[in-house]
Design a protein around this ligand. Sequence first.
Ligand code: ZN
Ligand code: ZN
Length: 398
Amino acid sequence: MNSLLVLAGARVVLPDRILDDGAVLCRDGRLEWVGRTRKRWPKEAQVVDARDHLLAPGFVDLHVHGGNGADFMDGTAAAVRTACRAHARHGTTTLFPTTTTGAPAQIRAMLRACAAVQKAWSAADGARIAGVHLYGPYFAADKVGCHSVEGRREPRPGEYARYFADGLVRIATCAAELPGAQDFYHAARRKRCLVTCGHSNASWPEMVAAFKAGMRHVDHFWCAMSSVPSVRQRLGVPMRGSMAEFVLAEKEMSTEVIADGCHLAPELLRFAWRMKGPQRLCLVTDANRALDLPPGRYRFGPEGDGSWFDSDGRVGWAPNGSLASSVMGMDHMVRVMLRASGAPLHEVVRMASLTPAERVGIDRDTGSLEPGKRADLLLLNRQLKVRRIWLGGSELPP
Ligand SMILES: [Zn+2]
Ligand SMILES: [Zn+2]
């Protein structure tokens, strides 16, 4: 690692504005100073000319399954590294490998592989693992989506206590209407997790109970979640509020959107930003193994028995014709969100970096270009294509 690194002359993306002709100075992998470009720098510094570029914080992805042929559920260190490298090339410097539904042994193998890569991590491994998102298997039977149905089940303390044991899990999802959901939420809170409700057909009262138990986030808004009509189908009349109304009404709740241009139309992306604001809305990739691979048929989840889907090169499709997660990186999500939402660039970048970092509680270390944080840096050109990437001050090798 170069102990003194300067990037100068860039448009610097700060959490609340863009700083023109800005620069950063990093020492030993941390940001030491952010401000206007100066004429002189310490002579031992490596100075990168960043004129005509945007300098942004590395992206943070809360919800990601894989990339470049690998799914985290393949359960090997090699697969984990392949996916982390693929996402780094798209600007993600920190991510939370996300489980699918599957057998307990498959989930344990995934956790072991992620722990091994996290422990031995270097910049050549790509995006850093800040924790695991325990996503599957605790989904509602009627909202399993593209995940394998056989791998879905209800939360059992004897099972999830083992997943939580070593503290690697930092995000924990469970459908709020499942028996045992509240015990699961309490256990996840005790482990300092961001607690989330997803793949769920929960009603308003179930969301209120979940909120009391510590749930504060809902996975991929509008996808595999309840609506007034879906709750009516489940519980009859009177019509009840759903996850959507609860998230929009409750200020403390955050959520995320898959802004790949295929899952949600531009007006929904704009609506989500206007309703929740940049401090409660996250961009996620929800990318599967087909990221950076040609169109074709792939497995979602474990290599051996994950469910099949087809990638057309733009998005994944389940055999029944519904969407099966994304095949795009975070750089793409940022470009689509910027176009669709009309939000200012610094707010769109915030939704892909600082906001997710805050929600999981890693914002002291990463998520924005502020002194004291890790030098997780991106240089983007005018088209917002990622040109160079630094992870903790070390440049990602090509
Ligand atoms: Zn999902
Ligand atoms: Zn997903």
